[in-house]
Ligand binder design. Sequence first.
Ligand SMILES: Nc1ncnc2c1ncn2[C@@H]1O[C@H](COP(=O)(O)OP(=O)(O)OP(=O)(O)O)[C@@H](O)[C@H]1O
Ligand SMILES: [Mg+2]
Length: 400
Amino acid sequence: MAEAIRVLVALAEHADPPLVKAALEGEPSLDVIGYASYDDDWQAFLAQPADVVVVACGAGDDATAHMVDRAVKHRPDRPVVVMSQESPNGFLRQAFEAGADDFIALPQSAPEVAFVLQKVIARRKGTVTSGKPPAKVITVLGPKGGTGKTLTATNLAVALAQRGKDVVLVDLDLQFGDIGLAMGLSPERTITDLMKAGPPFDHEKIDRHLLRHSSGVKVLIAPTRPDQAGSLSVDYLRDVYAALRTMSDAVIVDTPPGFTAEVIATIDVSSDICMIGMLDSLSLKNMKLGLETLELMGYETGNVTLILNRSDSSVGILPEDVATIIGRAPEVSVPSDREIPRSVNEGVPIVASKPGSGVAKAFEALADRYSTPVAGATKPEKAPQTGLAAGVRTLIGRRS
Ligand SMILES: Nc1ncnc2c1ncn2[C@@H]1O[C@H](COP(=O)(O)OP(=O)(O)OP(=O)(O)O)[C@@H](O)[C@H]1O
Ligand SMILES: [Mg+2]
């Protein structure tokens, strides 16, 4: 015989407990493991291992919708069914908007209820892959310091938010992260606080640790002091990414220079990578090494977008040379702009403070790559054979 369905029952204010019990108890295929009312400890209640949550109500109201919302956010993979003893009228839509999977009108026999719950659970299992896909995780890498990673992460996040996307920006530069400054946010809650709160990393807990930027971007900022960086567990980080992917359209991760354990764990879950470099031989060497490292890690480098920052600098290497050095041409070029330090100081990314500027247009083009499918976006161009600055030829020649 199939295992009984484990049911958690949330009783809204005007629910009729005897009626609800009659609909759920005495049926061998249903195992009611707990009841809770609005005032109870919801965290503990929802943390119990159950297959489905039933929210029982009178006619349904805002408080009931809130209970549905909390149950959905706590475990998005677990179905939530509303049981109502009065005609739901407008409440039904409200319940579905809150994330309810189905609705049962009371009174109802327990076998009938068991049938509906089985159907809902089966439907969920069958739609795990056909429903909304998990959010992209776009990691911004630049193996050398100061190349424009934070500039790119913040502007990409805001440009995606401007395109209607629900964006979470994570500052993984745990020692010297400056996303908070660049976005003008005070560090009320940081990634360290979230880690200290510990698992389970449900939507509600994560949401409490995200700061809101005026653009709509939600931000998980880095610890305020470098000595707090050590308390971050890579396992916890993976759990946080898994939850973030189900609660947003895009997760953008800013990183420190280099491949730290946290950066490697992040690359593992990344759907896309932005690799930033500048027109100097050290930066380009590190960019090339970075790409090679990703290849060694088995990462699909077709999903890596190369970004050339300060692309108009006159330093003896031409943007065209980059393709020869790196082995492929950058997909996005960002010019230098004196407004950038100003925008960082003001805490307003340049796509918001100076839309229409060359820099803003570059980041808008980058955001378009992730918000609309671009034909050939993951196919890097072949490197044209151009002349190289002598020093760079020597440098790169050693490795190629
Ligand atoms: N295109 C540009 N034009 C003008 N200034 C720029 C440009 N790109 C970056 N900067 C400035 O260079 C500095 C470094 O940029 P940013 O902080 O984005 O680099 P980073 O790669 O995140 O550095 P780190 O490795 O230290 O985290 C910042 O002060 C920024 O304002
Ligand atoms: Mg940075």
